[in-house]
Design a protein around this ligand. Structure first.
Ligand code: PMP
Length: 454
């Protein structure tokens, strides 16, 4: 990943309704803070845009020095309801006033409210909810449940977890075994051969999107379908966003049903309205057995969840599937307020409606630079541009970084490019963004692309 320079650059001043840039960037006064972070944190934490967040509200981010960015990051797809949503702030203040900020291993009332809300949001039959803290924990837990279910139903042979090339499910051991990026697994050395990966039908890198590829790959890996305990997939792969064809997802569901394998959808990134539906798997017309949730579940504090079929969720005896911070009162209060805000303010609908505006704008940009913008995709309020070496599918991370940085200088904020070699400019504003602000952002990206790709 390319690093942002922390040498201040004089940039043109910006002063619009949604963006204000009044200083050199990075702000000279912010450099000591960035240097302190770089000194005490591992370099793995570098690669973040060089600004110091002071306040974030709605779809804007502010620093202390008078700059204001239009946010197209939502942190990292966290703040679906918008930054510092007033209802979430009020819920947190009220929780603090109540003087209950930690309770596990004891019950509290808000936890009861949240698990009910989540179960009601999930498809029928998925009526148990286990609260956790991070997305990685949620995917780990789903994998563990699938294996536990498999060996209970089919004996030890039925333990295979199938996942996809290029998949990302988190950075802990189990999550990375299921991940589909080989470089991230080198540290594991003795990989568990019970984890296998098949090509993801993204329609860009993998042109053959037929379900046959899934079956043929399992066959070539010597995996018998009856031994599959579970299949885990992101509802869309983050480096795109890349979606499966609907027919593929439905055939995958049939495969899982026929082989009594659990279908796990990792909705950590895709859930809670991001794609214009509560859960992104709804676009496929399928019903998972387990859903892993995180990020947008609270639009703020760390919270994750596994929502699933009760026969699967009940596999562990009382006291044997727990976590210290499960259902911690503050994250829970923020999640309840978040879910209500998303619903009451029709933010999922807003994401669905603005999809056309966003995609039209991005397609126009691609038309101007067809050799370098290799692929454009998106749904709801998540989208991406793949920046490639002219006329190829080979990623050009350096150019993507330049576009990202140019946007940053103009007051449009995105996290660093993602995907293979950092080739993907990822767009994910809070779902509360207005059409006018979205259009302004598209204009800025267009200008940045013109400058960098000229
Ligand atoms: N699954 C997906 C699809 C994700 O995007 C992420 C985070 N980027 C995770 C799992 C891991 O979540 P966390 O960083 O909260 O552990």
């Amino acid at each position: 990943m390319a690093l942002y320079t922390i040498q201040p650059v004089k940039v043109p001043q910006v002063d619009t309704k949604y963006r204000k840039i009044r200083t050199a960037l990075p702000v000279p006064e912010s450099i000591p803070i960035i240097e302190q972070l770089r000194k005490y944190e591992p370099q793995s934490m570098q690669g973040q845009p060089p600004l110091i967040w002071d306040r974030a509200e709605g779809f804007q981010v502010f620093d202390k020095w008078g700059n204001m960015w239009l946010d197209w990051s939502s942190g990292v797809l966290i703040t679906n309801a918008g930054h510092a949503h007033p209802k979430i702030i009020r819920a947190l203040q009220s929780q603090l006033n109540q003087k209950l900020i930690s309770s596990y291993v004891f019950y509290h009332e808000k936890r009861a409210e949240l698990v009910k809300l989540l179960a009601e949001k999930a498809p029928q039959g998925l009526d148990k909810v286990f609260l956790l803290t991070t997305g990685s924990e949620a995917t780990e837990n789903a994998i563990k449940l699938a294996r536990t279910y498999g060996i209970k139903k089919g004996g030890k042979e039925k333990h295979i977890i199938v996942s996809f090339h290029n998949a990302f499910h988190g950075r802990t051991l189990g999550a990375q075994l299921a991940g589909g990026i080989p470089a991230l697994k080198e540290w594991i050395v003795n990989v568990d051969h019970g984890f296998v990966q098949v090509p993801f039908p993204d329609g860009f890198f993998q042109e053959d999107t037929s379900f046959d590829v899934f079956l043929r790959t399992l066959d070539s890996l010597g995996v018998e379908a009856k031994n599959v305990a579970g299949v885990i997939t992101e509802s869309y792969q983050g480096g795109g966003p890349f979606f499966m064809p609907k027919a593929y997802a439905q055939q995958l569901e049939t495969f899982c049903r026929e082989n009594d394998a659990l279908m796990i959808y990792d909705e950590v990134q895709a859930g809670f309205g991001r794609t214009g539906k509560w859960f992104a798997f709804e676009h496929y017309g399928v019903t998972p057995d387990l859903i892993a949730c995180g990020k947008g579940i609270s639009s703020s504090l760390p919270l994750a969840a596994v929502i699933g079929r009760s026969d699967v969720m009940e596999l562990y005896a009382p006291g044997s599937m727990t976590s210290t911070h499960s259902g911690s009162p503050l994250p829970v209060a923020s999640a309840v307020a978040n879910l209500l805000a998303l619903e009451e303010e029709k933010l999922v609908e807003n994401a669905a409606e603005l999809e056309a505006v966003l995609m039209q704008g991005l397609n126009k940009i691609q038309k101007k630079h067809p050799a370098q913008v290799g692929f454009v995709s998106g749904k709801g309020l998540v989208a991406g541009l793949q920046i490639v070496k002219p006329g190829t599918k080979e990623g050009d991370g350096a150019t993507a970084q330049k576009i990202n940085e140019a946007c940053f200088h103009k007051g449009l904020l995105m996290f660093a490019p993602v995907g293979a070699g950092g080739m993907c400019i990822k767009i994910s504003p809070p779902l509360s963004i207005t059409e006018e602000a979205l259009q302004e952002g598209i204009g800025v990206l267009d200008e940045a692309c013109d400058e960098v790709l000229k």
